[in-house]
Design a protein around this ligand. Structure first.
Ligand SMILES: [Zn+2]
Length: 109
C-alpha cells in the first residue's frame, strides 16, 4: 500500500485518503505556443520505470495538493513537498542521487 507524508498537515496518509493528480512539474503551454507544443503539454507524459515525480491531493484530509517523488518499480517513496514550487527541493534530489547513482533530474527546458 502506498503511504505518503502530507507536507501540510503532517499526516502519514495511505492511498485510500489520497487522490492522484498525474505527473508533477508540467510546464503549461502559453498562447504563443504551436499546436504541436500545446498537444505535447496536453497528452505527452513521462512514464519511467524508476524515479518519478507525481501530484497527489490529500483528498480525505486537509484537501491540499502536494508533490511526491517515488520509484515506480519498487514503490520506494523518496519524499513529499508542497506543490507551490517549479522544481523539486535540492535536498530531495540529493537523497535520490545517493540512492540511485547516475540518476539525473530531467531538463525542464
Ligand atoms: Zn494533509
Amino acid at each position: 500500500m502506498l503511504i505518503l507524508h502530507c507536507p501540510y498537515c503532517g499526516v502519514m496518509a495511505d492511498e485510500t485518503e489520497l487522490a492522484p493528480g498525474g505527473e508533477a512539474h508540467l510546464r503549461r503551454a502559453g498562447p504563443e505556443s504551436s499546436d504541436e507544443e500545446f498537444m505535447a503539454y496536453l497528452f505527452e507524459r513521462e512514464n519511467p520505470r524508476g524515479v518519478h515525480f507525481e501530484r497527489w491531493r490529500h483528498a480525505l484530509g486537509c484537501g491540499k495538493w502536494f508533490h511526491a517523488a517515488r520509484d515506480t518499480a519498487t514503490l520506494e517513496v523518496f519524499g513529499t513537498y508542497p506543490a507551490q514550487v517549479t522544481e523539486p527541493p535540492e535536498a530531495l534530489l540529493e537523497t535520490i542521487r545517493e540512492k540511485r547513482p547516475g540518476w539525473q533530474w530531467r531538463d525542464l527546458k
